[in-house]
Design a protein around this ligand. Structure first.
Ligand SMILES: Cc1cc2nc3c(=O)[nH]c(=O)nc-3n(C[C@H](O)[C@H](O)[C@H](O)COP(=O)(O)OP(=O)(O)OC[C@H]3O[C@@H](n4cnc5c(N)ncnc54)[C@H](O)[C@@H]3O)c2cc1C
Length: 492
């Protein structure tokens, strides 16, 4: 056995008979299918990256009592320095996909690390459920599982409560016995599920008393009997070549509806059982939500830096870099990168102890969420603004280069002071893939919504802010004067 999980091992683990559908057909093997195989290879590349001798210390650690190293995402930091050490591993992974793999395995590892840190919350809910969560954490971390999650319900009628939606829509407990629970219904939107080993099913959206059948959380292998995965359109399958679509051809992590067709879950994998408030507590009373979204901001800091790199190169490609208004735009973009990085560092340094563990500062994390879900589309808009038609005036595909006359015309028309015509086309195709392609557009939707709509993230920010400190300052100002005193000073 090698020192830690490798790409080959991960690919092998995905050949498990899971039920994935795309374009009306059942997929025989996600690792071979043209809609998924390159993304699967990218996931495998992450494990190969961590297994390289020069990266093993940066990327992995040995859990207590285990003789195999696993990704540092599973590490539970005891202080600020350990949190930073862990973050460097997460950052290095994000750099491998330029931040485009939103649900790389460290996202769910972070969620579970936070939930495991708050095990007493599960203990209050029930000893058996806490034992299940702790046991699952050990299993998942020691095997360095790639997990995804589905914690959101299909929208249906947003004006109604979840319990009021049609019976067969939202995943719910339809039966239970001494062996476990049986669930039926749907959850959205299992990003990376086609290349994950397991899925955490939970409920992040508020539930009310009376909605207990919906109030559960559990983990399932992706090949669980009755688990049906309905993939969205594959951008990878529509990528013409790596030259034409260098990002979408490799990092289309996929999103999918999950339908639970009477899936049986054994009790040792049930973490929340028929408790509406515990569904909230699983994320918010433990550091689970803070840790999973701290990971998301680490990844985003890499992606925003990459996008700003694209912006600079766009101006080089079309020769506008030195123009003062363009410099201003680039300077503004650069400031945004540093803001995201500074907020990440702030979450770490302003974190605090929870029991024996160091946890990120929640309010800074929620502030980062609110600000970056707005920031991302603005950055994309700025890139489009900087580029003009350059992102569009491009050969239809590399096949144009097979015709020598077309190749000559492309060479004549794709001139740039800083790049060869071929490099200009190569670069601008990469920029369009990131910014304007269907894949790029999905990324804007992702960054705007993965953590919840604005009213949700702003609600978290509201809830966790130091209002007392802020309003006390206002009170302090007002305590220094009053109407009677001021009137007495007025000339009569
Ligand atoms: C690309 C992508 C990948 C995703 N991956 C995953 C995943 O892996 N796992 C997972 O569990 N989920 C995933 N999601 C789902 C994501 O968490 C949700 O999209 C997000 O929480 C928002 O919920 P919603 O889609 O139901 O939107 P809604 O909450 O319905 O919001 C849609 C719009 O309606 C408005 N709105 C709705 N209700 C209200 C209200 N009460 N008050 C005010 N405004 C309201 C919102 O402001 C917003 O403008 C993913 C989403 C996307 C787009």
């Amino acid at each position: 056995m090698t020192t830690c999980k490798t790409g080959a091992e991960h690919i092998k683990s995905l050949k498990d008979g899971r039920t994935v559908y795309i374009d009306g057909k059942l997929v025989a093997d996600v690792t071979e299918h043209p809609a998924f195989r390159n993304s699967v290879k990218s996931a495998a590349m992450l494990y190969d990256f961590q297994a390289r001798p020069e990266n093993i210390e940066l990327m992995t650690f040995k859990p207590e009592g285990s003789n195999r190293r696993v990704n540092r995402a599973w590490q539970m930091p005891h202080n600020h320095a350990e949190m930073v050490q862990r973050r460097k591993a997460l950052q290095a992974w994000a750099e491998q996909s330029f931040g485009f793999l939103g649900r790389s395995p460290d996202h769910l590892a972070s969620a579970l690390v936070g939930q495991r840190m708050g095990i007493e919350v599960f203990e209050k809910h029930g000893k058996d459920r806490a034992r299940a969560l702790a046991g699952y954490f050990d299993e998942a971390s020691r095997n360095d599982y790639f997990l995804t999650y589905v914690i959101i319900n299909p929208q249906a009628e947003r004006g109604k409560d979840w319990g009021e939606q049609s019976e067969d829509l939202v995943a719910r407990i339809v039966d239970e016995d001494s062996g476990g629970i049986t669930i039926r219904g749907a959850k959205m939107l299992g990003t990376s599920s086609i290349m994950a080993n397991e899925v955490l099913v939970a409920n992040l959206q508020p539930l009310k008393p009376g909605e207990e059948a919906l109030a559960f959380s559990c983990a399932l292998p992706m090949n669980a009997k009755g688990l049906r995965v309905l993939s969205r359109k594959s951008y990878e399958a529509h990528a013409v070549s790596v030259f034409d679509n260098p990002i979408s051809s490799r990092f289309d992590e996929n999103d999918a509806l999950m339908y639970f067709d009477d899936v049986k879950v054994p009790w040792e994998r049930v973490f929340v059982h028929r408790d509406t408030d515990m569904c909230r507590a699983q994320f918010h009373d433990t550091p689970g939500h803070a840790y999973q979204n701290y990971q998301a901001q680490i990844r985003l800091s890499v992606k925003i830096k990459f996008l700003v790199g694209l912006a600079h190169k766009i101006t080089e490609a079309i020769g506008t870099t030195a123009m003062p208004p363009i410099r201003e735009q680039l300077g503004f973009l650069a400031a945004n990168v540093s803001m995201v990085q500074a907020m990440m560092a702030g979450m770490e340094i302003e974190g605090g102890m929870r029991g024996e563990y160091w946890v990120p500062n929640r309010h800074i994390m929620y502030s980062a969420q609110v600000l970056t879900q707005d920031l991302y589309p603005r950055v994309i808009h700025t890139l489009r603004d900087l580029a003009g038609g350059a992102l569009i005036m491009l050969p239809s595909s590399i096949l144009d280069y097979q015709d020598s006359d077309l190749k000559r015309i492309i060479g004549l028309t794709q001139r740039s002071a800083r790049m060869s015509p071929e490099d200009k086309v190569k670069f601008l195709k990469a920029a369009w893939d990131a910014v304007g392609s269907e894949f790029g557009s999905r990324h804007t939707q992702y960054e705007m919504f993965y953590a919840g709509a604005r009213f949700v993230t702003a609600g978290h920010s509201y809830r966790t802010f130091d209002w007392d400190g802020a309003t006390k300052m206002v009170d302090h100002l007002m305590a220094g004067y009053d109407l009677t005193d001021e009137l007495s000073r007025m000339p009569h």
